[in-house]
Write a protein that binds this ligand. Structure first.
Ligand code: XUL
Ligand code: CO
Length: 436
């Protein structure tokens, strides 16, 4: 199809020397790295909400971006045109996956029944477009945060009626995600959080959130949906305190409420930095605890304290992220979903292509660098050496809990002051730069 982006041809790999801004310099989908193709490693997905529904609005003004698929006055016609534009975009860009919220693809009607009917109509079209294009659904999700009814949250709303509405929406969104062969389903706690404890029963709200997720797990079994469930941490925005604030907090929540068997995390780079962590920290925490599921690939801005959802361009960051993802065994159901939006002044359709091409190239370079780092084993060796004391008979005894305070005191009294060693941080940072 060549209707909505008529000026753009299929984006090809032309290599690092190419001067064509509409070509990949590093992402070569079928190039093998460590036994898998780049496409299989990176599993790129395009997000529907920012890429096709975002029009550049900000708190100071409405959208600036005019798209040809938004021309009709009939919201269902806009939904159909947008879906066709999206699949034209996915195909031309050469990504294998997409992600959406229910309300991105079909507009809400006056009643839930009518809204669901609209959704069914669009999902039927999407199923055909997926079949024709070979593009698959990485994950689906529910928008239970934009509508006025969710002003005080969905699963954590003080009203059980709103809870029920959210549950009904999630039920339907899970059904359509299954219908489209979705490999996952994301729970991002849109307005699950609070502004002030003066009006909030935090403990009760968290119990309710857990109850909602348990219901989702039960329903998943009932409809035999095989996709992976993910929770997406974010510390703030829209609420001051979002409940799923970071990976550690989500892990504790999943453990407390016995949900660990059914959930992994979807780590978003910009959410990590908002939480005061690096992207790599959040990924490593997930790898260490067996909960890394998928990634929302973007970046924030060092100077701004909100979720700017910018396209990833920093090779240092993509290299370290891919290093940890590869070390953790790589993606299975998850992938790199570009939860990103072009800037308000990037008003042309080709800007969408430039942005995604740059991001895909940035992760392709990250992947290539990370594979070299893994092959070189220099960082692994440095860590091994640093912890070598724990591999001695003495260290092992402690790790196996075969000694206690009394024995350790006796050892210290006998052996005196321990030797200390350099952390070699600068040397290792220089080594890293050698790969970038
Ligand atoms: C919001 C965010 C969401 C989720 C899906 O910050 O990242 O778009 O990824 O609901
Ligand atoms: Co996200």
């Amino acid at each position: 199809m060549n209707k909505f982006f008529p000026k753009i041809k299929n984006i090809k790999f032309e290599g690092p020397d190419s001067k064509n801004p509409l070509a990949f310099k590093h992402y070569k989908a079928n190039q093998k790295i460590m036994g898998k193709t780049m496409a299989e490693h990176l599993r790129f997905g395009v997000c529907y909400w920012h890429t096709f529904k975002g029009l550049g609005s900000d708190p100071f003004g409405p959208g600036t971006i005019i798209r040809n698929y938004n021309a009709s006055n009939d919201p269902m016609q806009v939904a159909e045109d947008t879906l066709h534009a999206a699949f034209e975009f996915f195909t031309k860009l050469g990504v294998n996956f997409w992600c959406f919220h229910d309300r991105d693809i079909a507009p809400e009607a006056d009643t839930l029944a009518e809204t669901n009917k609209r959704l069914d109509k669009i999902v039927k079209m999407a199923k055909q477009l997926q079949k024709d294009s070979g593009v698959n659904l990485l994950w689906g999700t529910t928008n239970a945060f934009s509508h006025r009814r969710f002003l005080a949250g969905a699963g954590t709303n003080p009203s059980p009626q709103v809870f029920a509405y959210a549950a009904s929406q999630i039920k339907k969104a899970m059904e359509v995600t299954k219908e489209l062969g979705g490999q996952g389903y994301v729970f991002w706690g849109g307005r699950e959080g609070y502004e002030t404890l003066l009006n909030t029963d935090m403990g009760r709200e968290l119990d309710h959130l857990a109850a909602l997720l348990h219901m989702a797990v039960d329903y998943k079994k009932k409809i035999r949906f095989k996709g992976q469930f993910y929770i997406e941490p974010k510390p703030k925005e829209p609420t001051k305190h979002q409940y799923d604030s970071d990976a550690g907090n989500c892990f504790a929540f999943l453990q407390k409420y016995d949900l660990l068997d059914d959930f992994k995390l979807n780590i978003e780079a910009n959410h990590a930095t908002l939480a005061g962590h690096s992207f790599q920290h959040e990924l490593q925490f997930c790898v260490d605890n067996g909960i890394l599921g998928s990634v929302d690939a973007n970046r924030g801005d060092l100077f701004l304290g909100w979720d700017t959802d910018q396209f990833p361009t920093d090779i240092y960051d993509t290299t370290l992220a891919m290093y940890i993802i590869l070390k953790g065994g790589g993606f299975t159901t998850g992938g790199l979903n570009f939860d990103v939006k072009v800037r308000r002044q990037s008003i042309d359709p080709e800007d969408l292509f430039y942005a995604h091409i740059g991001a895909m190239d940035a992760f392709a370079r990250g992947l290539k660098n990370a594979a070299k780092m893994l092959k070189g084993k220099k960082f692994e060796r440095a860590i091994q050496k640093r912890y070598a004391g724990w591999d001695t008979a003495f260290g092992r005894k402690i790790e196996r809990k075969q000694v206690g305070f009394k024995e350790l005191e006796a050892y210290t009294l006998k052996n005196g002051e321990p030797e200390v060693q350099s952390g070699r941080q600068e040397m290792l940072e220089n080594l890293l730069n050698g790969y970038i």
